[in-house]
Design a protein around this ligand. Structure first.
Ligand code: B12
Ligand code: SF4
Length: 497
């Protein structure tokens, strides 16, 4: 049977540019689902849709592909747009079963049941989607499928969830080729090291997702399996230069991380062109990570992403549930730097209960810790998380619409930290952290980049023009004239993501 997956992206460059600059922006979740379906004999296609030109992109896909099943996925802030696309497809393809999964359907099924979908998936979808596809293909009424809520004759069949997939290594590798028409460059890919996270940060969905099914939540793939996937990536994509190793926190299991680094070092030694890697590191309480960082450097890691989140120990401890001291934080940054790794730090502003004075500590700590890039996001409360409950209990109105500029605009209206102040700090953040340390032109660009990001429509146009239009030519000429490397439009966006 023909199965169409639909993935939506908020800030992609306008058409005719391709929506995804590289493969690190693909969704691994639906790629695993697609592989499982393909292994069972189904034919897969994907539509990657952005806010502009999406009906044309969809028409092009449907011109020579008649789906028997439509699969949607959505994070909370993409849901309004995904629902709009589903309603459109309901009109175009009236009899075709529509299923939605992903974080939003999993944590807010009551909301999603109001949408046009015939069924929704709670949590992991491999087993459930396979059973649904079989039923749809055979023309039987889907029923009794664990993990699925199925609408039937005005009522809903709510099935329990099956245990979490224990053996993630037995899954086929994620389907990449379905992304090919939508991706610009082959140089960067992403690969999933494992699923789940052992921590309980109050702003992150993990503690909500963990409750959805029985079984071991944190699962890491055997290092040999990871290396095998990298080898196959290397042969399928000759331009491959960098892989982001996606995992919620590699330092949740330092022994595993060390073993992986050793395997990657051996892998790189056998390659004519060594690969570079990046991954996500959580700061650990009273623990030195220098030996691990040195092993990373030997293995070819170029950078790590680290959640700094707040410079205030009170905000981290009492609001975010992140228990490490500023001393732990500085030591981790120093260790990474001395191992030669580039550090991208991630910060939050505008969490309920944070004051402007406490946010100034975030600025001071960033200035002292001096990461290579420091990224600031405006807090957005994801349903199911403890901080979302706090917002609801406090009666805060949470903005959710098709163009809500998540993380770039303050959504809450906190009396202790008014929106205007949050957004002002957000725009000036790089300036306050890096003044005197980075060129003024970089800081000015970051300021204007953030202004632009609050208006997604403008940001998409900007991304298109700086990557494809006459502006790209102007930028290259300027770079040549100044004799120093210029950053691409995508980099600017990454700098304020
Ligand atoms: C890797 C990752 C990314 C990658 C890939 C994005 C993607 N959509 O997969 C990138 C970097 C691009 C990314 C971007 C964003 N992300 Co992100 N991301 C993650 C992360 C760390 C891991 C996801 C993953 O690959 N898991 C492993 C795979 C196998 O699981 P999965 O994706 O959940 O898919 C399974 C099930 O959900 C289900 N399923 C999913 N879709 C469907 C569809 C059907 C039909 C069915 C049946 C089942 C099903 O089956 C899949 C296989 O078992 C999660 C954290 C987490 N714990 O989930 C955050 C997370 C999903 N991201 C989040 C957010 C907010 C974002 C952004 C909005 C951030 C931003 N402002 O830019 C964007 C949105 C991008 C988009 N267009 O959707 C939130 C979502 C919270 C929420 N309630 O909505 C999470 C949960 C992190 C958090 N802060 O709590 N992200
Ligand atoms: S360590 Fe990261 S992934 Fe894990 S719960 Fe905290 S924020 Fe989420």
């Amino acid at each position: 049977m023909n199965v169409l997956f639909v993935y939506t992206v908020p800030y992609a460059p306008s058409p005719p540019a391709k929506p995804l600059p590289d493969w690190t922006e693909m969704s691994l979740g639906i790629s695993y689902l697609a592989s499982v379906l393909e292994r069972a004999g189904h034919t897969i296609r994907l539509a990657v849709l952005r806010r502009e030109g999406w009906t044309d992109d969809l028409d092009r896909v449907l011109r020579d592909f008649a789906p028997g099943l439509l699969c949607f996925t959505a994070v909370t802030t993409e849901y309004p747009f995904v629902e709009k696309v589903a309603r459109h497809l309901r009109r175009e393809l009236p009899g075709v079963h529509q299923i939605i999964g992903g974080p939003h359907a999993s944590v807010q099924p009551a909301h999603v049941l109001q949408g046009p979908f015939d069924s929704l998936c709670i949590g992991e979808g491999e087993g459930a989607l396979l059973e649904l596809a079989e039923a749809v293909e055979n023309g039987t009424e889907p029923a009794g499928i664990a993990n699925l809520f199925i609408k039937r004759d005005g009522s809903v069949e709510r099935n329990p969830t099956r245990p979490l997939c224990e053996d993630i290594e037995n899954l086929p590798y994620p389907h990449r080729e379905m992304w090919r028409p939508w991706v610009d460059s082959d140089a960067r890919h992403t690969l999933l090291l494992g699923r789940g996270c052992p921590y309980d940060c109050t702003y992150c969905s993990n503690h909500a997702l963990r409750k959805l099914a029985e079984g071991k939540y944190v699962r890491m793939r055997a290092t040999a399996d990871v290396v095998e996937e990298i080898r196959s990536l290397g042969s399928d994509y000759p331009a491959l230069a960098e892989i982001y190793l996606e995992v919620e926190s590699i330092t949740a299991n330092p022994k595993y991380a060390l073993e992986l680094a050793q395997c990657l070092e051996e892998l790189n030694a056998s390659r004519a062109k060594p690969l570079s890697f990046g991954t996500n590191v959580r700061i650990l309480r009273k623990k030195r990570l220098l030996p691990l960082f040195e092993a990373f450097a030997r293995a070819g890691f170029s950078h790590i992403n680290v959640g700094l989140e707040s410079g205030s120990e009170r905000v981290r401890r009492e609001i975010l549930r992140r228990h490490y001291s500023n001393e732990d934080l500085f030591r981790t940054f120093d260790d990474a730097r001395s191992a030669g790794l580039r550090i991208n730090a991630y910060n939050l502003i505008g969490v309920p209960g944070e004051t402007p004075e406490e946010f100034r500590q975030t600025i001071a700590v960033n200035r002292k810790a001096a990461p290579d890039e420091s990224r600031l996001s405006i807090f957005y409360p994801y349903p199911g998380t403890d901080l979302y409950t706090v917002c609801v209990e406090r009666g805060l109105r949470i903005r959710l619409d098709e163009e809500n500029a998540e993380r770039y605009r303050a959504p809450l209206g906190l009396p202790e930290f008014p929106n205007r102040k949050v957004e002002r700090y957000f725009r000036w953040f790089d300036f306050m952290v890096y003044r005197g340390k980075k060129p003024l032109s970089t800081l000015v660009r970051s300021y204007f980049g953030k202004r632009l990001a609050a208006h997604p429509r403008l940001l998409r146009r900007y991304r298109y023009h700086t990557n494809h239009g006459p502006l790209l030519l102007a930028k290259r000429l300027l770079k040549r004239a100044l004799g120093r490397p210029s950053r691409s439009g995508a980099d600017l966006d990454a700098g304020c993501a």
